[in-house]
Design a protein around this ligand. Structure first.
Ligand code: ATP
Length: 231
């Protein structure tokens, strides 16, 4: 059986270089996230936010330094079992030429319609879906309809939420939704995130006010970290 993660994440002096370009995307990055915390990552474009999220998912290995999950080096953790327990919403949303239901339930064997609907509700996309004639059976992609950028992001959020993961990582996935919808999603997430480690890469200050910790990245380094009041 898969080892259950609690959701403690630790970076110790992590350095990372993209081999093809030689860009040192992260330099001496250290921080500590306790299980259940809500952490926001901010920083200008190119500061290394997505790289940091991708390293947490172990898309790449570090040059030096260590990333650990619940005290175990990430490189020793069973990757499939670990990724199963992480709800990752990448910056580039990926949808399939399939119906909305299957796009949300992607990768899961046994999901009920109610679970799919609840995930859609929490991601604030339920009403949009119900407005379509075929509702959750609406086809997306080439043979179906085209969703707006914000709707795509919210379907992708629903896909992450339905896994009931111990760790949620949102890479800038609220950029295409308006402030009011963002607020609705964050309110819903307040409930969903209880007991889960949540990492949100964000731009708007309003998004990060409630974070237990804010990491400010600057040119691949952590420039500051603390709560909204401390910074
Ligand atoms: P944004 O807010 O624009 O998404 P970011 O803070 O997420 O930016 P990253 O995408 O992590 O920043 O990029 C950090 C640096 O690494 C940048 O200089 C970028 O050009 C570079 N970089 C990112 N992805 C790759 C890649 N796949 N290959 C080579 N270099 C990359």
């Amino acid at each position: 059986p898969a080892r259950e993660v609690s959701g403690n994440i630790k970076f110790e002096h992590v350095n990372f270089t993209y081999q093809d370009t030689g860009i040192k995307a992260l330099q001496d990055v250290s921080f500590d996230i306790k299980a259940g915390q809500f952490v926001a990552i901010i920083g200008r474009t190119g500061s290394g936010k997505s790289t940091l999220a991708n390293l947490m998912m172990r898309m790449y290995d570090t040059d030096s330094g260590q990333i650990s999950i619940d005290g175990n080096p990430l490189k020793n953790v069973n990757l499939n079992s670990f990724r199963d327990q992480v709800g990752f919403v990448p910056q580039e949303v990926f949808l399939f030429s399939d119906n909305i239901k299957n796009n949300i339930a992607f990768g899961l064997d046994e999901v009920t319609d109610l679970e799919i609907e609840n995930a859609a509700r929490n991601a604030a996309v339920y009403h949009n879906i119900m407005d379509f004639e075929l509702k959750f059976d609406t086809m997306l992609g080439e043979r179906g309809i085209t969703l707006s950028g914000g709707q795509k992001q919210r379907v992708s959020i629903a896909r992450a939420l339905i896994k009931e993961p111990k760790i949620l990582i949102f890479d800038d996935c609220l950029s295409a939704v308006d402030t009011k919808t963002e607020e609705e999603i964050l309110n819903n997430l307040g409930n969903v995130m209880k007991g889960k480690t949540s990492i949100l890469i964000a731009h708007r200050i309003s998004t990060i006010k409630k974070a237990d910790k804010i990491l400010v990245l600057e040119e691949g380094r952590i420039a500051e970290q603390g709560t909204h009041d401390e910074l």
